[in-house]
Design a protein around this ligand. Structure first.
Ligand code: SF4
Ligand code: SF4
Length: 293
């Protein structure tokens, strides 16, 4: 299966707009949204929820008041200040508990138990553009990378059961754990950038990460005509690095109109950005994907 992950070194580059249009243009594919901190590809693709799976990414401590002697050892050992004294015994503040398990380890009375905590969900949806697997982390929860890995696992399983040859993934922004989980096991990566000094810096960092994974790397520049001097700097750097650009998407107010409407841009516009996205997909389809990995 060919697995293309679309990432950006930072948020707000238009990555989801691009993935939504690629999902509308590509055939024989399944789409996954791994941007679990801000999942919104489903809003663009118009999903109907089929099933929901709980994601238990961490644990939560609880103190059995009948067993607790109030010795305070757990409170002293908890480095997250999640334990407080109450009525001659101790109790856990669930919002502060990180599930590290130290309190259970030090408790001489065996009064502490740890149980799985629901940190988010994995969803499988049907859309007019095929199946979408997506995840959502609960506010304040951590372990984003583990949830991304679970979304990808379910997406691969579902793609295999549907006999799909192509998995299109909306990856997480940045270069941290969620992006690493998005890229793991992929065939190729499409990095979306913008014409600015900070976007070039972010692009360089995410390219270094993709190289670490030995992925085929392709670049696309969104709002490419907004700052031509900065765009030229990015093209020059990419040429020096022998990294191919497959898309140049101009600034286009139709993008905002499509977002308001909740539709992939290419399905509701024939403006310059929509035409550029169609060209981007044709280049990927005819060049990159036919060459194979
Ligand atoms: S260490 Fe155990 S017995 Fe002591 S206060 Fe904590 S829960 Fe209670
Ligand atoms: S599990 Fe860790 S964070 Fe949670 S209360 Fe126990 S020591 Fe504190």
């Amino acid at each position: 299966m060919f697995e293309l992950v679309v990432v950006s070194g930072k948020g707000g580059t238009g990555k989801t707009t691009i993935v939504g249009s690629l999902a509308a243009l590509a055939e024989d594919k399944l789409t996954a949204d791994c941007d679990v901190d801000a999942a919104n590809l489903n809003l663009v693709m118009g999903n109907k929820l089929q099933c929901t799976e709980r994601y238990e990414g961490s644990e939560l401590a609880a103190i059995d008041q009948a067993r607790c002697t109030g010795c305070g050892m757990c409170q002293q050992a908890c480095r997250f200040s999640a334990i407080y004294h109450a009525n001659r015994s101790c109790a856990v503040d669930p919002l502060s508990c990180e599930g590290c398990g130290v309190c259970a380890y030090v408790c001489p009375a065996g009064a502490v138990t740890l149980s799985p905590r629901v940190s988010g969900h994995v969803f499988i949806s049907s859309t007019p553009y095929g199946t979408l697997v997506h995840g959502e982390l609960r506010p304040g929860e951590e372990a984003t990378g583990k949830l991304v890995a679970q979304v990808k696992r379910r997406a691969r399983e579902r793609a295999a059961s549907e006999g799909r040859g192509f998995l299109l993934v909306d990856g997480a922004p940045g270069i941290g754990c969620p992006v690493i989980a998005s890229l793991a096991g992929a065939t190729a990566v499409l990095v979306v950038t913008e014409p600015s000094a900070s976007a070039l810096h972010d692009l360089q960092r995410v390219v270094a990460l993709a190289r670490h994974f030995g992925l085929q790397i392709y670049l696309a520049m969104n709002k490419a005509d907004l700052e031509r001097a900065a765009a030229r700097k990015t093209y020059k750097w990419a040429a020096e690095q022998k990294l191919p650009f497959v898309g140049w998407i101009p600034y286009d107010e139709e993008v905002t109109r499509a977002q308001v409407k909740g539709s992939p841009l290419v399905t509701c516009s024939d403006g310059p950005a929509a035409r550029a996205l169609t060209g981007l997909w044709r280049r990927l389809e005819n060049g990159v994907m036919k060459d194979g990995a």
